[in-house]
Design a protein around this ligand. Structure first.
Ligand code: ZN
Length: 341
């Protein structure tokens, strides 16, 4: 299927929320990882999301260019072409982007979409995230409202974050003193500032989440915070104000915590760290098993079959696709592609 357009993506989000499942959002940093996501989603008969981070975009553009927007465009263009051949819908997101990187990442990508639309072509990305969680709520929402206005004109979905997720992702390190739990008052303010625009947005509200990976018990996850936020916003502004929530920093969460979050309106869950491990685990296995083939030991010539990067990258792609299938299943999304219905 083609990459989900605005209308399709909105329908995917509606179906997810009412069906209490979520779309897996997996980071793509290369052709190989993007292909792994497409394969995992297709084998799960599930729709999902490929997202590109600022660091992922810089990596994909090549180590001498390190141009985060250029790399994001390259991955997105590949996904547009490849996705046509898979029997599922995939949406293209960009991941966390702090205020000081908007000019280098999100805005050039929005401009790219504007150019494409003017030429009668589909949007480049489906959605972009602005991460203002390190700012005051007021500044966070002022910037979000401005972005949302521009996004609404271009059929783009915005993702925002309130509170602060602990831990580390890409080069964003959460502060120890950070607000790990969003308050109902914060989310009411989000609705008050953003809902009049008519633009579509997703909200990553923190409930004790931690980016990166920590052993369970590092921070207490309280999905009930999400329930409270939904109840107060619906009570104040009506059912149409109910949030579409995003779960960040969920590595190491228990299945029951994930399912509870889905019950409260989480429609997208970012799953990066576990995918990175699955990918690298397969390569590590290959290297240890074939150490005398991947290395030229004692004057030998090694084994071209096992040091050809395709040999282990294919294993990594397959292993990551399997891990995507696991994530999709955890998110109750297996078999739920809209393509089949
Ligand atoms: Zn986050």
């Amino acid at each position: 299927m083609p990459v989900a357009d605005y209308k399709t993506y909105c329908t995917l989000l509606d179906r997810a929320r009412s069906g209490r499942f979520a779309l897996a959002a997996v980071n793509g940093t290369s052709l190989t990882t993007a292909n792994a996501v497409l394969r995992g989603l297709a084998e799960s008969k599930s729709d999902g999301i490929i997202q590109v981070s600022t660091g992922g975009g810089a990596f994909a553009s090549g180590s001498s260019l390190k141009d985060m927007a250029l790399g994001a465009i390259s991955i997105a263009e590949h996904v547009h072409r490849a996705a046509e051949r898979y029997p599922i819908y995939v949406a293209l997101h960009t991941d966390h982007c702090l205020k000081d990187k908007l000019d280098k990442f999100v805005l050039p990508l929005v401009e790219e979409t504007e150019k494409r639309r003017a030429a009668g072509r589909p949007n480049l990305f489906t959605a972009h995230m602005f991460d203002g969680s390190n700012l005051s709520l007021q500044e966070n929402l002022e910037i979000s409202a401005k972005l949302l206005e521009r996004f609404a004109k271009n059929d783009l979905v915005l993702e925002i974050e309130t509170g602060a997720v602990g831990g580390e992702e890409d080069d964003v390190v959460g502060e120890k003193s950070a607000k790990l739990y969003t308050t109902p008052e914060d989310t009411l303010e989000v609705a008050r500032k953003l809902n009049s625009s008519g633009g579509r947005y997703l909200l990553a509200a923190t409930f004790g989440n931690v980016h990166g990976v920590y052993k369970p018990g590092h921070v207490k996850l309280k999905p009930g915070v999400l329930k409270e936020c939904q109840e107060v916003v619906v009570k104040t502004y009506g059912e149409s104000a109910r949030f579409y929530l995003v779960f960040h920093g969920g590595s190491g969460s228990t299945l029951s915590e994930i399912h509870e979050a889905l019950d409260y309106g989480v429609v997208k869950m970012n799953v990066d760290t576990d995918m990175q491990y699955a990918f690298t685990r397969a390569i590590a296995g290959h290297m240890f098993k074939n150490y005398d083939g991947v290395l030229k030991v004692d004057g030998e010539v090694g084994n071209k079959k096992v040091y050809d990067p395709r040999s282990y990258l294919a294993l990594a792609e397959a292993a990551m696709a399997e891990r995507v299938k696991q994530a999709v299943s955890d998110l109750r999304s297996t078999g739920k592609t809209m393509f089949a219905s």
